[in-house]
Design a protein around this ligand. Structure first.
Ligand SMILES: [Zn+2]
Length: 238
């Protein structure tokens, strides 16, 4: 008995995802019937595909999984960079992580643009994330209160969320949710997200009337919104 030999082909390919080129290894095989997507520990992307599948189908598959892919890549990047000098986006600028001996206590402290982390802390990722959440609870709350005051409205209840897929939300009960990761964005971007959610009190949809309300609460929001879209992936790395 002889079987048809399995034919294989491998090639580097590239696709634009959320405005950035992403290189990947495309491995085709006559033995495959389905598409598979894999991100290695080192952050390399590999697609396994049937030998003759049209390239358009492969690209559509990648676009469909873009959100997952970007999150996986962000995780891998960060896993390899929790060390002194790491740049941490914060309020539109950057803090530099400074892990060193001799820092008293267990807490992180900020000195100018340095975020000092005691070396004895086993996991800087956990400590930094906790620090960011505390800052977010404080600063986002302050901004929400100030914007409501400025708009002459009663401040709605709000909560800090862990969402990666959206910066803000408004629950049916009228509770504003703000992702703690928003604290990495610039003050203008933060204000836009808060105003966006406040505008939902008047319009729950994303109709033209809703966007007029956003413009009323946050004049010139369109530029800021575009910037947030462009920068957003940087704020999701941890
Ligand atoms: Zn919305």
């Amino acid at each position: 008995m002889s079987r048809l030999p399995i034919r294989r082909a491998a090639a580097e390919a590239s696709i634009e995802l959320q405005g950035r080129p992403l290189g990947y290894l495309l491995k085709r095989s006559s033995a495959r019937r389905t598409l598979a997507l894999r991100v290695t520990e080192a952050g390399a992307v590999q697609v396994n595909a049937p030998l003759a599948l049209p390239h358009g189908r492969i690209e559509a598959f990648l676009l469909r999984h873009a959100g997952w892919l970007i999150e996986q890549l962000a995780r891998r990047t960060v896993a390899h960079t929790w060390q002194s000098g790491m740049e941490l986006p914060y309020l539109g600028g950057v803090l530099h992580l400074d892990i060193h001996e001799g820092v008293e206590g267990q807490a992180l402290c900020r000195e100018g643009d340095r975020l000092c982390c005691p070396a004895r802390l086993a996991n800087p990722a956990v400590a930094v994330t906790a620090w960011y959440r505390r800052q977010a609870a404080d600063l986002l709350g302050t901004r929400l209160a100030a914007l409501c005051r400025g708009q002459g409205r009663i401040e709605p209840p709000w909560r800090l969320s862990n969402a990666r897929s959206r910066w803000g939300s408004l629950s049916v009960k009228g509770v504003v949710g703000l992702s703690w990761r928003l604290i990495k964005a610039s003050p203008a971007e933060i204000d836009y997200v808060i105003c966006h959610e406040l505008a939902h009190f008047r319009r729950r949809d994303h109709s033209a009337a809703f966007w007029r309300e956003v413009e009323r609460l946050c004049p010139g929001y369109a530029t800021v919104r575009a910037r947030l879209r462009e920068n957003g992936h940087r704020y999701l790395q941890f």
